[in-house]
Ligand binder design. Structure first.
Ligand SMILES: [Mn+2]
Length: 312
Protein backbone atom coordinates (compact mmCIF):
# COMPACT_ATOMS: atom_id res chain seq x y z
CA UNK A 1 0.00 0.00 0.00
CA UNK A 2 1.16 3.53 -0.81
CA UNK A 3 2.13 5.46 2.25
CA UNK A 4 4.33 8.55 2.62
CA UNK A 5 5.92 7.00 5.71
CA UNK A 6 6.94 3.80 3.96
CA UNK A 7 10.68 4.45 4.43
CA UNK A 8 10.16 5.16 8.13
CA UNK A 9 8.10 1.97 8.47
CA UNK A 10 10.88 -0.05 6.87
CA UNK A 11 13.50 1.47 9.15
CA UNK A 12 11.34 0.80 12.21
CA UNK A 13 10.91 -2.86 11.20
CA UNK A 14 14.66 -3.16 10.61
CA UNK A 15 15.40 -1.71 14.02
CA UNK A 16 12.94 -4.05 15.74
CA UNK A 17 14.57 -6.99 13.91
CA UNK A 18 18.01 -5.82 14.95
CA UNK A 19 17.51 -5.55 18.71
CA UNK A 20 16.82 -8.28 21.23
CA UNK A 21 15.97 -5.88 24.04
CA UNK A 22 13.42 -3.23 23.22
CA UNK A 23 12.36 -0.61 25.74
CA UNK A 24 9.19 1.41 25.22
CA UNK A 25 8.78 4.73 27.03
CA UNK A 26 5.78 7.05 27.16
CA UNK A 27 5.38 10.65 28.31
CA UNK A 28 5.23 11.40 32.02
CA UNK A 29 1.74 11.24 33.52
CA UNK A 30 0.53 8.98 30.73
CA UNK A 31 -2.91 9.23 29.16
CA UNK A 32 -4.61 6.45 27.26
CA UNK A 33 -2.88 7.37 24.02
CA UNK A 34 0.55 7.05 25.63
CA UNK A 35 -0.21 3.87 27.53
CA UNK A 36 -2.30 2.34 24.75
CA UNK A 37 0.52 3.03 22.27
CA UNK A 38 3.09 1.37 24.54
CA UNK A 39 0.95 -1.67 25.38
CA UNK A 40 -0.27 -2.09 21.80
CA UNK A 41 3.19 -1.75 20.28
CA UNK A 42 4.67 -4.19 22.82
CA UNK A 43 2.12 -6.83 21.79
CA UNK A 44 2.60 -6.19 18.08
CA UNK A 45 6.35 -6.74 18.51
CA UNK A 46 5.86 -9.87 20.62
CA UNK A 47 3.26 -11.35 18.27
CA UNK A 48 5.24 -10.75 15.08
CA UNK A 49 8.87 -11.24 16.07
CA UNK A 50 10.54 -14.13 17.82
CA UNK A 51 12.79 -13.86 20.86
CA UNK A 52 12.25 -10.22 21.72
CA UNK A 53 12.35 -8.88 25.24
CA UNK A 54 10.05 -5.88 25.31
CA UNK A 55 9.80 -3.70 28.40
CA UNK A 56 7.45 -0.79 29.02
CA UNK A 57 8.94 1.63 31.53
CA UNK A 58 7.67 4.48 33.68
CA UNK A 59 4.34 5.10 35.35
CA UNK A 60 0.93 3.72 34.51
CA UNK A 61 -2.50 5.31 34.42
CA UNK A 62 -3.58 2.78 37.03
CA UNK A 63 -1.35 3.76 39.96
CA UNK A 64 1.35 1.01 40.13
CA UNK A 65 4.33 1.65 37.87
CA UNK A 66 5.65 -0.95 35.45
CA UNK A 67 7.95 -3.47 37.09
CA UNK A 68 11.01 -4.63 35.25
CA UNK A 69 14.57 -5.60 35.90
CA UNK A 70 17.09 -4.38 33.42
CA UNK A 71 20.80 -4.18 34.07
CA UNK A 72 22.79 -1.18 32.88
CA UNK A 73 24.54 -3.60 30.56
CA UNK A 74 21.22 -4.59 28.93
CA UNK A 75 20.07 -0.99 28.68
CA UNK A 76 23.30 -0.08 26.90
CA UNK A 77 22.56 -2.68 24.21
CA UNK A 78 18.89 -1.83 23.75
CA UNK A 79 16.82 0.41 21.54
CA UNK A 80 14.36 2.82 23.11
CA UNK A 81 11.07 3.38 21.29
CA UNK A 82 9.31 6.48 22.57
CA UNK A 83 5.57 6.77 22.00
CA UNK A 84 3.42 9.90 22.24
CA UNK A 85 6.36 12.01 23.53
CA UNK A 86 7.30 15.28 21.84
CA UNK A 87 10.22 16.47 23.97
CA UNK A 88 13.15 14.75 25.58
CA UNK A 89 12.34 16.13 29.02
CA UNK A 90 8.92 14.45 28.89
CA UNK A 91 10.26 10.91 28.34
CA UNK A 92 9.26 8.84 31.37
CA UNK A 93 12.51 6.87 31.70
CA UNK A 94 15.43 8.10 33.77
CA UNK A 95 18.00 6.03 31.85
CA UNK A 96 16.85 7.31 28.45
CA UNK A 97 20.29 8.58 27.58
CA UNK A 98 22.00 5.23 28.29
CA UNK A 99 20.35 3.26 25.48
CA UNK A 100 22.13 2.52 22.21
CA UNK A 101 19.64 4.45 20.10
CA UNK A 102 16.20 6.05 20.22
CA UNK A 103 13.35 5.74 17.73
CA UNK A 104 10.67 8.36 18.19
CA UNK A 105 7.09 7.39 17.27
CA UNK A 106 4.72 10.28 17.74
CA UNK A 107 1.96 12.54 16.45
CA UNK A 108 2.75 15.86 18.13
CA UNK A 109 3.55 18.94 16.09
CA UNK A 110 7.26 19.61 15.87
CA UNK A 111 9.60 22.28 14.61
CA UNK A 112 12.65 20.21 15.26
CA UNK A 113 13.25 17.06 17.25
CA UNK A 114 15.30 17.50 20.41
CA UNK A 115 15.95 13.76 20.67
CA UNK A 116 15.89 10.61 18.58
CA UNK A 117 18.05 8.86 15.98
CA UNK A 118 15.11 7.83 13.82
CA UNK A 119 11.56 9.12 13.58
CA UNK A 120 8.08 8.08 12.65
CA UNK A 121 6.14 11.25 13.37
CA UNK A 122 2.84 12.10 11.73
CA UNK A 123 1.38 15.34 13.12
CA UNK A 124 -1.79 14.85 11.08
CA UNK A 125 -2.64 11.75 13.11
CA UNK A 126 -5.16 12.32 15.90
CA UNK A 127 -3.45 9.74 18.14
CA UNK A 128 -0.11 8.03 18.42
CA UNK A 129 -2.03 4.74 18.37
CA UNK A 130 -3.25 5.77 14.91
CA UNK A 131 0.38 6.05 13.76
CA UNK A 132 1.16 2.60 15.20
CA UNK A 133 -1.98 0.95 13.81
CA UNK A 134 -1.45 2.31 10.28
CA UNK A 135 2.20 1.22 10.47
CA UNK A 136 1.23 -2.32 11.50
CA UNK A 137 -1.54 -2.48 8.92
CA UNK A 138 0.66 -1.26 6.06
CA UNK A 139 3.47 -3.65 6.94
CA UNK A 140 1.03 -6.58 7.30
CA UNK A 141 1.82 -7.19 10.95
CA UNK A 142 -0.65 -9.21 12.99
CA UNK A 143 -2.64 -7.12 15.46
CA UNK A 144 -4.14 -9.28 18.21
CA UNK A 145 -7.43 -8.48 19.90
CA UNK A 146 -5.52 -7.58 23.06
CA UNK A 147 -3.23 -5.19 21.18
CA UNK A 148 -6.24 -3.73 19.40
CA UNK A 149 -8.01 -3.01 22.67
CA UNK A 150 -5.11 -0.88 23.88
CA UNK A 151 -4.64 0.88 20.55
CA UNK A 152 -8.34 1.64 20.30
CA UNK A 153 -8.29 3.31 23.73
CA UNK A 154 -5.76 5.83 22.45
CA UNK A 155 -7.72 6.43 19.29
CA UNK A 156 -10.97 6.94 21.16
CA UNK A 157 -9.62 9.29 23.82
CA UNK A 158 -7.24 11.46 21.76
CA UNK A 159 -9.97 11.97 19.15
CA UNK A 160 -12.55 12.88 21.81
CA UNK A 161 -14.65 9.90 20.72
CA UNK A 162 -14.00 10.67 17.05
CA UNK A 163 -15.32 14.22 17.38
CA UNK A 164 -12.17 16.39 17.32
CA UNK A 165 -11.20 18.26 14.21
CA UNK A 166 -8.13 16.22 13.27
CA UNK A 167 -10.13 13.01 13.23
CA UNK A 168 -9.54 12.00 9.62
CA UNK A 169 -10.03 9.16 7.15
CA UNK A 170 -6.98 7.38 8.54
CA UNK A 171 -8.46 7.54 12.03
CA UNK A 172 -11.42 5.52 10.78
CA UNK A 173 -9.12 3.30 8.75
CA UNK A 174 -7.26 2.52 11.97
CA UNK A 175 -10.55 2.06 13.85
CA UNK A 176 -11.71 -0.36 11.17
CA UNK A 177 -8.55 -2.45 11.49
CA UNK A 178 -8.83 -2.51 15.29
CA UNK A 179 -12.57 -3.20 15.47
CA UNK A 180 -12.11 -6.03 12.94
CA UNK A 181 -10.15 -7.95 15.59
CA UNK A 182 -13.40 -8.38 17.53
CA UNK A 183 -12.97 -5.83 20.31
CA UNK A 184 -16.09 -4.64 22.13
CA UNK A 185 -16.26 -0.86 21.56
CA UNK A 186 -19.11 -0.30 24.05
CA UNK A 187 -17.26 -2.15 26.79
CA UNK A 188 -14.06 -0.17 26.13
CA UNK A 189 -15.98 3.12 26.20
CA UNK A 190 -17.55 2.15 29.52
CA UNK A 191 -14.14 1.24 30.95
CA UNK A 192 -12.86 4.70 30.10
CA UNK A 193 -15.81 7.03 30.48
CA UNK A 194 -18.07 5.78 33.27
CA UNK A 195 -17.69 8.12 36.24
CA UNK A 196 -17.96 7.26 39.93
CA UNK A 197 -20.68 9.13 41.77
CA UNK A 198 -18.11 10.66 44.12
CA UNK A 199 -16.27 12.25 41.19
CA UNK A 200 -19.49 13.33 39.48
CA UNK A 201 -20.61 15.12 42.66
CA UNK A 202 -17.20 16.83 42.86
CA UNK A 203 -17.43 17.94 39.24
CA UNK A 204 -20.90 19.43 39.85
CA UNK A 205 -19.42 21.42 42.74
CA UNK A 206 -16.44 22.61 40.66
CA UNK A 207 -18.69 23.68 37.81
CA UNK A 208 -19.96 26.52 40.03
CA UNK A 209 -16.43 28.00 40.06
CA UNK A 210 -16.08 28.25 36.29
CA UNK A 211 -15.46 31.78 35.00
CA UNK A 212 -17.40 32.32 31.78
CA UNK A 213 -16.81 35.14 29.31
CA UNK A 214 -19.25 34.42 26.52
CA UNK A 215 -18.53 37.79 24.85
CA UNK A 216 -14.96 36.62 24.32
CA UNK A 217 -15.92 32.97 23.90
CA UNK A 218 -13.78 31.65 26.71
CA UNK A 219 -14.14 29.94 30.04
CA UNK A 220 -11.71 28.81 32.69
CA UNK A 221 -11.63 27.01 35.97
CA UNK A 222 -9.05 27.05 38.77
CA UNK A 223 -8.74 23.94 40.89
CA UNK A 224 -6.60 24.24 44.00
CA UNK A 225 -5.06 21.30 45.78
CA UNK A 226 -7.42 21.93 48.70
CA UNK A 227 -10.36 21.49 46.30
CA UNK A 228 -9.53 17.88 45.52
CA UNK A 229 -7.01 16.61 48.04
CA UNK A 230 -8.47 13.77 50.12
CA UNK A 231 -11.59 13.68 47.95
CA UNK A 232 -10.40 12.49 44.56
CA UNK A 233 -6.99 11.93 43.00
CA UNK A 234 -5.25 14.37 40.69
CA UNK A 235 -6.03 12.32 37.58
CA UNK A 236 -9.74 12.56 38.36
CA UNK A 237 -9.40 16.27 39.15
CA UNK A 238 -7.99 16.86 35.66
CA UNK A 239 -11.28 15.65 34.20
CA UNK A 240 -12.80 18.98 35.31
CA UNK A 241 -11.47 20.33 32.01
CA UNK A 242 -14.17 18.36 30.24
CA UNK A 243 -17.07 20.12 31.95
CA UNK A 244 -16.30 23.28 29.94
CA UNK A 245 -16.39 21.54 26.56
CA UNK A 246 -19.34 21.33 24.22
CA UNK A 247 -20.72 24.78 24.99
CA UNK A 248 -21.88 26.77 21.97
CA UNK A 249 -20.80 30.17 23.34
CA UNK A 250 -17.42 28.92 24.61
CA UNK A 251 -14.88 28.04 21.93
CA UNK A 252 -11.71 28.15 24.05
CA UNK A 253 -11.35 26.99 27.63
CA UNK A 254 -8.72 26.01 30.13
CA UNK A 255 -8.27 24.33 33.46
CA UNK A 256 -5.61 25.65 35.83
CA UNK A 257 -4.96 23.02 38.47
CA UNK A 258 -2.49 22.71 41.28
CA UNK A 259 -0.46 19.55 41.12
CA UNK A 260 0.46 17.73 44.30
CA UNK A 261 3.83 19.49 44.34
CA UNK A 262 2.10 22.89 44.35
CA UNK A 263 2.91 23.78 40.73
CA UNK A 264 0.02 25.12 38.67
CA UNK A 265 -0.50 23.42 35.36
CA UNK A 266 -2.80 24.77 32.66
CA UNK A 267 -4.55 22.59 30.10
CA UNK A 268 -6.01 24.47 27.15
CA UNK A 269 -8.67 23.31 24.71
CA UNK A 270 -10.21 25.11 21.77
CA UNK A 271 -12.38 24.47 18.77
CA UNK A 272 -10.77 27.15 16.61
CA UNK A 273 -7.68 28.78 18.19
CA UNK A 274 -4.09 27.59 18.14
CA UNK A 275 -3.66 27.21 21.89
CA UNK A 276 -0.25 25.60 21.47
CA UNK A 277 1.13 29.11 20.88
CA UNK A 278 0.17 30.32 24.34
CA UNK A 279 1.32 27.06 25.94
CA UNK A 280 4.67 27.43 24.20
CA UNK A 281 5.13 30.91 25.67
CA UNK A 282 5.29 29.27 29.09
CA UNK A 283 7.56 26.43 28.07
CA UNK A 284 4.77 23.97 27.29
CA UNK A 285 3.37 22.72 24.04
CA UNK A 286 1.06 20.18 22.48
CA UNK A 287 -1.38 20.29 19.61
CA UNK A 288 -3.19 23.15 17.88
CA UNK A 289 -6.45 22.61 19.76
CA UNK A 290 -5.14 20.90 22.89
CA UNK A 291 -2.04 22.11 24.72
CA UNK A 292 -0.63 22.49 28.20
CA UNK A 293 2.01 24.32 30.21
CA UNK A 294 3.12 25.00 33.76
CA UNK A 295 3.20 28.47 35.28
CA UNK A 296 4.64 28.03 38.78
CA UNK A 297 2.68 29.09 41.83
CA UNK A 298 -0.84 30.55 42.09
CA UNK A 299 0.79 33.97 42.47
CA UNK A 300 2.57 33.46 39.14
CA UNK A 301 -0.71 32.38 37.65
CA UNK A 302 -2.53 35.48 38.91
CA UNK A 303 0.23 37.67 37.48
CA UNK A 304 -0.01 35.98 34.09
CA UNK A 305 -3.77 35.57 33.92
CA UNK A 306 -4.41 38.72 31.89
CA UNK A 307 -1.72 37.79 29.39
CA UNK A 308 -3.12 34.29 29.10
CA UNK A 309 -6.64 35.60 28.53
CA UNK A 310 -5.33 38.02 25.91
CA UNK A 311 -3.55 35.14 24.20
CA UNK A 312 -6.54 32.85 23.85
MN1 LIG B 1 -1.42 11.51 22.03
Amino acid sequence: MENIFYEEYKTLLQKIEEYKTIIIAKHVMPDWDAQGSAEGLKRIIEDNFKNKNVYIVGSKIEDKPYKFKLSDEQIKKSILLTVDVANQSRIDFDKKMNVKEIFKIDHHKFESHDFGDNFLVDPTAIACTQVITIFAMTMNLKISKEAAKFLYKGLLTDSGRFLFKNTNAQTFEAAKVLVSTGIDVAEIANEIYLTDLNLKKWLFKMSEKIVFNEKKYYAYLCVKKSDYYGIIDIEAAKSALGIMSGINEISTWFLAYEKEDGIVKISFRSRNKDVSLIAKKYGGGGHTLAAACEVGTWDNFENELNNILKGI
